[in-house]
Design a protein around this ligand. Structure first.
Ligand SMILES: [Zn+2]
Length: 184
């Protein structure tokens, strides 16, 4: 399922609580880029069907086959996001002209990458409660998703909605400054 605004609520709660330690662009962009799969299939015409796994067996084409697993996060989505986020930083003077009262914080490549990893895993965590086609063993083997649970799915959604405003105020006390005026 393509990204919905609701996908950003759990991400938002975590961001508001820890924003000073997180590369915001990498963290949020990673959460969005996790759902690049439908675009690959529907827009770019990636081949559909079954894909062979390295240790045998096949995985069916789905929206959660390639990016929704730890392997793709560590070696694909997170590094790609870190590069994109660092590239966007090159326009720092422009960003500071657009957001005049922004506070700019420099983040290392390592912290940028780790922010992207965390954004991906928060996305994967909630998706895992929704979709049975999430395969934690990709691209090696098929590991059926043990986290699929519609009760968890609903509760994560409700809790994120309830907590987003308190997280904003608690996070401001913890971190200082303002999460909406911090770059990147
Ligand atoms: Zn997803």
């Amino acid at each position: 399922m393509p990204l919905t605004p609701f996908h950003l609520f759990p991400t938002g709660v975590v961001y508001f609580l820890f924003y000073r330690r997180l590369h915001g662009i990498a963290f949020i962009l990673a959460s969005v880029l996790m759902d690049i799969e439908p675009i690959l299939y529907l827009v770019l015409g990636f081949p559909q069907g079954s894909f062979p796994l390295l240790l045998g067996g096949y995985v069916p084409m789905s929206f959660h086959a390639f990016t929704h697993n730890p392997f793709a996060i560590f070696l694909g989505v997170a590094p790609l996001t870190a590069i994109l986020a660092k590239s966007l930083e090159l326009a720092k003077p422009l960003w500071l002209q657009i957001f005049l009262d922004a506070e700019w914080i420099d983040y290392s490549w390592k912290l940028t990458y780790l922010s992207a990893v965390l954004g991906c895993f928060i996305h994967l965590g909630w998706d895992s409660t929704m979709y049975s086609d999430v395969n934690f063993g990709f691209p090696f083997t098929r590991i059926s998703n043990p986290l699929r649970n519609s009760q968890f799915e609903i509760w994560i959604g409700i809790l994120s909605l309830i907590l987003i405003v308190p997280a904003y105020f608690v996070g401001k006390r913890i971190n200082g400054g303002n999460p909406l005026r911090k770059l990147p």
